[in-house]
Structures are given as C-alpha cells and as structure tokens.
Design a protein around this ligand. Sequence first.
Ligand code: GDP
Ligand code: MG
Length: 292
Amino acid sequence: MSNFKCGYVALIGKPNVGKSTLLNTILGEKISIVSEKPQTTRNRIIGIKNLPESQIIFVDTPGIHKPKNKLGEFMVKQSYEAMEMVDLIFLMVEPEKPAEAELVIINKLKKFKKPVVLVINKIDSVSKQSLLPLIDQYKDLFNFKEIIPISALKKDGIDRLIESVNLYLPQSPKLYPDDMLTDQAERFMVAELIREKIMKNTQQEIPYAVAVDIERWEETEKLISIGANIYVEREGQKIIIIGKKGERLKKIATEARLDIERFLGIKVFLEVWVKVRKKWRQRDMLLKSLGY
Ligand code: GDP
Ligand code: MG
C-alpha cells in the first residue's frame, strides 16, 4: 500500500495574524490565493500544497473566526459541521499574551476533538525571551499537539510546520489533480462525490467512464444550489442510472447531496440530469469547467 498522505488543514485565526502571508510562503508564488469572498460560514479551500509524498489542502473556516457574530443557530451549526471534515487545525496567533478573542476560539476548539497546532507568528518582531512565557500560557489553556513559533514573513519555522502537518494527515491518495486551481477545487470535489455515488449504486453495470459536469453553482448565505449533468455514452447506461421510476437516480442524488453538505458545510440544493454524449472524458469536463 502506498504511504501517500492527503488531508484537510483548517487555518484559523483573527484577521491580520498573517494567514495569507503564511499561505503565500507555503504555497509559493505559483498559486495565487483566491481573493476573499464575502464571509459565509462554510469551509472554503484556500490553497493546495503538493509535496512528493503528500497533498495538503488548506481550508478557511470563517464561522469560528467571528465567534461573537449574530448569525443564527443554523449558521453556527453549519460551521461546526464543516469543521468535522478537517484532519488538523492550525490556530494562528500574534506573539502576544492570549486575550479574550483567543480564549473564545480555544473554548470552541475544545468541542471539535481535533488535533490543534498552535502557530505563533511574527516571532521576528519580538525577543526570543518573550516567547517562552507565552508558550507556557498557551500550554495552560489547551492541549495543543504542538506549539510552533514561526515568521511567515521571514520564512522561519515553515519546514517544521509542514513536518507536523504530515504527522496528522491520513494515508490517502491525492484528492485533487496537481494543477488544480483553488477556486475550482470545490466544484471538482462535488463532481467527484456525485461520481462516487453513481459507482456505488450501479456496481459493475456502468463502466468507470462516467463524467459529471457542474453546470450551475449559485451561492446564497444559507444555501448553495447546484445543477449537475451526468454524461454517459449509451442510452442503456442512462436507463440503468435513472432506474425504475427514477428511484436509483433519486438515491444517488440524495446520498451525494448529504456528502456534499458535509463537505461544504452548508445546505445544498442538488439537481442532476443524465445525458447521453459520446466520447466525453472526465478530464475534458474539467478543462471545460476551467474555461479551456
Ligand atoms: P491575515 O489577515 O491573517 O491574512 O494576515 P496577512 O497575511 O494579511 O498579514 C497581516 C499583516 O501582518 C501584513 O502587514 C503582513 O505583512 C504582516 N505579517 C504577516 N506575517 C508576518 C511575520 O511573520 N512577521 C511580521 N513582522 N509581520 C507579518
Ligand atoms: Mg488574509
């Protein structure tokens, strides 16, 4: 079995602690970070780091950044559910004594039961002596897996940070192609989740070559409305996927929707259509959705 690792890391912390700077440092110049969209509570993929033996997917979880906002129970719950998908949490802080905002976030983290690494950024701006008492104070607040001082700006401590990530990622093949752009990653994953449910519900009857194309993607605060086309090569395959009275397709769509909701951390309205189209390939769908 391959030792390749792949998983999700949530990067959380107050505005201005250096999250974007850290991502730029880790991801390098080739990948430009998606500009900040209006805040919703769902997870958003903000960068994918491809290493020889691992793929690290960084997600943003805005719900926890703003613990005091007045969004309703629904939104808070969604945000918590979204946290369930990550393998590791980076809590990024300034090299200062923990204050109210940090305490609130740490209290929330206790509920997730996920491994958390504390990343103390901007250590270039303080003396080494001031770090030790700080580390002790944070140790008293939470059972961090590790406390790693870094300077995202001066690229100090980054290797150690990456090493610690690798400890917590599960063994898994790559979830995204190497050349995936971060703002396409969610749609790609949604298409993959639908494809997976088709495979699961049709067993050997349908060849592996089924393509899913995300045709519609509309976001509101509370919901994402997604329309997907399932492409097959022959009429017979279409009939199998749809099933008697459309029952199989309904099951596929329901199972896919539940997984997609878990993945995106928000309610999803999903519509799927099965269409016959010869000589399509998943790769072509991807290129099309990327605008080629
Ligand atoms: P974000 O809001 O968490 O994404 O923070 P940014 O990455 O936008 O950084 C906020 C400010 O902190 C910027 O002016 C950065 O240049 C600065 N900054 C980020 N990392 C470091 C660091 O390691 N050392 C110092 N001195 N400044 C940093
Ligand atoms: Mg930022």
